[in-house]
Design a protein around this ligand. Sequence first.
Ligand code: AMP
Length: 190
Amino acid sequence: MNIVIFGPPGAGKGTQSKFIVDKYKLHQLSTGDLLRNEIKNKTKLGNEISSIINSGELVSDTIVSNLIEKFISNKNFKNKIIFDGYPRTLAQAENLDSLLKTYDQKIQIVLKLNVSLETVKKRILERKILEKRTDDNEEVAIKRFQTYERSSAPVLEHYKQSNLVKVINGEGTISQINTEISGLIDANKG
Ligand code: AMP
């Protein structure tokens, strides 16, 4: 099954994706990780995007779409992907639909993690100590949250139309959220 995990920065998408990958033997496709790798490896693309990422804005749809096609077209990952941080705009959701169609795949479930801005700020400051991400500070966290609020509604609306969205309370503990997610995935598998 292909899964989309959706939610604001600091919602726990990465943490929960890793848990889902282990439990259901899927592959995590995190566009944030792919982009950070480009910056770390000082590629031409990395140089172009570092200031955008550090300002809390989204990089262009074209850049991220190019990155994900390699993954979707890989036969080893067919129908075994968890999309973490993609799609973030309606254009990306439409692009994903068309790519999945090309490679004869579909999305089974969209998990939406709900968390408040207060929780986002708290988690991002905790994560900064552990992961040292350059975009993890309070000012950029607020900006990223606002970017999410602005761009997420049409994406959710898109998936609601196909009845794929399951909302999860992202304020709980990691293990409470694990349990809720497993229940939803198991029910979906039938
Ligand atoms: P994340 O690790 O998912 O929080 O992403 C970190 C940053 O990478 C975001 O704030 C954006 O600047 C950029 N980014 C990640 N995924 C996308 C995407 N699907 N579209 C545009 N920008 C993205």
